[in-house]
Design a protein around this ligand. Structure first.
Ligand code: FAD
Length: 388
């Protein structure tokens, strides 16, 4: 009996939904499953008291790629939200990312030259060598005041490790500007899908069979029999029953409150830099996609948590030991003739949403061109280049 579907797609997150859409558009029969009770993966938004709550942390869409922007705009209209977080430290509010606003709040300076002078006076001089860790990198970039006020304790809380034990690369994601521009992202296209991410993913999956509450690993033979090719977007170590050991993640807990007002903290994202505050940031969801008729607000505190199997894997710990272990899993994956692996959990890397969509579109294109997962096995695993 031929399989009833061309593709079984494990995971209804953005990788799975994009891949499924691309294949359905090409006339392929897809079945999408997810072990969670909902679609959207970590981008899932649920409606609480009329507010679109970002259930797994705040998600702001941003990209420069017109192809990806056109793709997501097929399924949602985006508002013009731009992320401009603030940080509270020792009772004062600072603008993030580091900009002229931050330097003015710290030192009272009003020109780039004054800010640079302040920074130069306290910068760590690495004498041409690369920073050995995050602490050195921050001290060399912005000096002691910014590091002590806004980086040190926040980072230690977030990673549950001292900054000098962390790789410098983590901080390279945080922009540093000498302009009065407090946008977190530089990208041309930014916003939040009006109506929430879940509705956007629902539209992406329009006309495609979706089953939630189905764990692929609990019944993989029966599920594999339903399709010619399986696309797996879950944890790669779990797929191989941890044969090469467990990959480490950073995880989070969320605590939410409803407040009887329409504006609790005045901003979507507020970071807390003091070590005594257990959460790293609090999110007031209605600022992302405001409905003025809703009389209450929902605020979520994000609290770092120790990783253990069974918790939600949020951020890969991309140290050398984990990356080497992941390479071994990739080698196992490449040897499988009918499986394709993609998305942030199979690739064990941090992906922004546009990157995971870009990756899924590229992999789908390659699979279509080569005709199924068997074709030379070259596309069995999405590569980092796919996200560009
Ligand atoms: P996921 O969304 O994790 O989807 C994988 C799906 O597979 C899950 O639903 C899971 O339940 C399912 N699954 C796993 N195993 C099985 C199994 N055995 N059987 C069935 N189903 C299974 N990106 C941005 O661009 N902007 C942001 O502001 C932003 N903020 C973020 C904030 C946080 C806190 C985090 C953690 C990430 C953020 N991201 C952001 C990144 C964004 O979440 C990811 O790019 C995106 O979710 C990745 O999609 P994915 O499909 O690869 O993975």
């Amino acid at each position: 009996m031929p399989a009833p579907h061309d593709y079984l797609i494990v995971g209804a997150g953005l990788f799975g939904a994009t891949f499924a859409r691309r294949m359905a558009d090409a006339g392929k029969r897809c079945l999408v499953i997810d072990k969670r009770a909902h679609i959207g993966g970590n981008c899932h938004t649920r409606v609480v008291e009329g507010i679109h709550v970002h259930a797994y942390g705040p998600h702001i869409f941003h990209c420069n790629d017109e192809r990806i922007w056109a793709f997501v705009n097929r399924f949602a209209r985006f508002n013009g939200f731009r992320n401009a977080p603030i940080a509270i430290a020792r009772g004062k509010a600072y603008s993030l990312p580091f900009s002229m606003y931050t330097f003015h709040q710290l030192w009272g300076v009003t020109t780039p030259a004054e800010a640079l002078q302040r920074i130069a006076a306290q910068r760590l001089d690495l004498q041409g060598r690369e920073p050995a860790n995050l602490e050195e990198h921050a001290l060399a970039l912005v000096g002691r005041d910014v590091y002590e006020t806004l980086v040190r304790h926040y980072t230690a809380k977030q990673w549950m490790r001292e900054p000098r034990e962390l790789p410098a690369a983590i901080l390279k994601r945080l922009p540093f500007r000498l302009t009065w521009d407090n946008s977190y992202f530089d990208d041309r296209f930014q916003g939040i899908p009006i109506g929430g991410y879940t509705r956007m993913v629902e539209r992406m999956l329009g006309g495609i069979e979706v089953r939630t509450g189905v764990d692929y690993l609990a019944e993989r033979d029966a599920l594999d029999a339903l399709a010619t090719t399986t696309v797996y977007t879950g944890c790669i170590d779990e797929f191989f029953d941890y044969a090469d050991g467990e990959l480490q993640y950073r995880t989070l807990r969320f605590e939410s409150d409803i407040h009887p007002c329409s504006n609790w903290q005045g901003n979507a994202v507020v970071n807390y830099s003091d070590p005594e505050v257990p959460w790293t940031r609090s999110i007031e969801h209605r600022h992302f996609d405001n409905d003025p008729s809703v009389p209450v607000t929902c605020v979520t505190r994000e609290i770092p948590d120790r990783w253990a199997r069974g918790k939600i894997p949020f951020y890969p710990v991309g140290d050398a030991a984990n990356l080497a272990r992941h390479e071994r899993y990739l080698a196992r994956a490449a040897a499988l003739p009918r499986h394709v692996f993609g998305g942030r959990l199979a690739q064990y890397r941090y992906y922004d949403m546009h990157q995971v969509i870009g990756s899924a579109l590229s992999v789908a294109q390659r699979v279509l061109r080569e005709g199924g997962a068997r074709a030379q096995g070259t596309h069995a695993v999405a590569s980092t280049a796919d996200s560009r």
